[in-house]
Design a protein around this ligand. Structure first.
Ligand code: ADP
Ligand code: DP6
Ligand code: CO
Length: 339
């Protein structure tokens, strides 16, 4: 018998991935770039047990048994096993996968990223796989490939049709910009109406703005935001981050039927950020929203207390915001906590 437990972090994209050129291999139409958050606050904790005594493979997520008849899960298992050169009998043992997210699942807070990064990191430890595994996490959920590194991470879309160059790499470690903090404001923790997978598929099929964003806008933004991160230029970083979130949600609205992920409270948060920045005469806080209403805010440590007091004054938890979570750090790769 062998057991591995992994804690995997979520990541928040500042340049969003939205749209695939290959649905099966999960190959994106544009590069994306993200910050990996601390597992201290939000993580998927995944334990995999392999044993000759197990009669069949089983998968539990958040305490509920799931079907293993999930092509993405199967693709990850297939790809991981293809990469092992072990002759070990463990490869033929059945496995039990048990994963728990300590934050809302499928609510636009990157649970698929933490979930598949944790699954693949645990499988790799179980079968002693070495080398890049971001391409394996990618076939589970695109955004998951970025959660395998800490700090600032870029996912190259790649140009091949087979996807071997569609992998993630770290552009700067967390220690490069330790003053950078992230606040997550949970507006609604319910499951979103349309998954990221179905939303982006519809966008590729129906949005005429999407090719412009993917081919013309994003490549320039990737270069510019990388430079801003490397120079620790918060003003430029913030401007690009907010613009990219807005352009991603514009694509969602240009989709037919539209994918409406942000709600009135999300828009009120956008207003508060812009008003705060106007008073300060510079971008001190940057918002970004994934495929859901919840806000991810980037700001420097020196700004956290003052900005939080504004948020607590304007919004009355739990009426406006179901919960407020303050993520005070970005760090770590998936951690193997038991092996
Ligand atoms: P999110 O915005 O939270 O990433 P998605 O729609 O992209 O939402 O993905 C949600 C799906 O990701 C879930 O329905 C489930 O299939 C998968 N998922 C979430 N958490 C885990 C986990 N810990 N382990 C494995 N799969 C997970
Ligand atoms: C808006 O990675 O969840 O969060 O690859 O179909 O599983 P699949 O989609 P997913 O999409 C994430 C979209 C996003 C932007 C981002 O994380 O880059
Ligand atoms: Co997701």
């Amino acid at each position: 018998m062998k057991i591995v437990t992994v804690e995997a972090p979520v990541n928040i994209a500042v340049i969003k991935y939205w749209g695939k050129r290959d649905e099966e291999l999960i190959l994106p139409i544009n590069d994306s770039l993200s910050a990996t958050l601390s597992t201290d606050f939000m993580c998927a904790k995944t334990t995999i047990l392999a044993s000759p005594l197990l009669k069949e493979d089983v998968f539990w997520l958040n305490g509920k048994q799931q079907s293993l008849d999930n092509p993405r899960l199967q693709n990850c298992l297939k790809e991981i096993k293809r990469r092992t050169n072990l002759e070990s009998p463990i490869l033929n043992w059945n496995i039990s996968i048990c994963s728990i997210n300590n934050f809302p699942t499928a609510a636009g807070l990157a649970s698929s990223a933490a979930g598949y990064a944790g699954l693949v990191a645990a499988l790799a430890a179980l079968y002693n796989i070495e080398g890049d595994i971001t391409g394996v996490a990618r076939v589970g959920s695109g955004s998951a490939c970025r959660s395998l590194y800490g700090g600032w991470v870029q996912w190259n879309k790649g140009i091949t049709s087979t996807g071997e160059d569609s992998i993630a790499h770290q552009i700067a470690p967390l220690s490069h910009w330790p003053e950078m903090k992230v606040l997550i404001l949970v507006v609604n923790d319910e499951r979103k109406k349309y998954s990221s997978t179905s939303g982006m598929k519809k966008s590729v099929e129906t949005s005429e703005l999407l090719p412009f964003r993917a081919n013309t806008v994003v490549p320039k933004r990737i270069e510019a935001i990388k430079e801003a991160i490397l120079k620790k230029d918060f003003e430029t970083f913030a401007e690009i981050t907010m613009k990219d979130s807005n352009s991603f949600h514009a694509i969602c609205l240009d989709t037919l039927p539209p994918c409406v992920y942000m709600n009135d409270v999300s828009h009120a948060i956008v207003d508060v950020v812009h008003q705060y920045n106007a008073i300060k005469n510079s971008h001190k806080v940057a918002y970004t929203f994934d495929a859901g209403p919840n806000a991810c805010l980037f700001l420097l440590e020196s700004e956290v207390d003052e900005f939080l007091s504004v948020i607590n004054y304007v919004f009355q938890p739990p009426t406006d915001l179901k919960t407020l979570e303050y993520i005070r750090g970005i760090k770590t790769e998936p951690k193997i906590i038991k092996d």
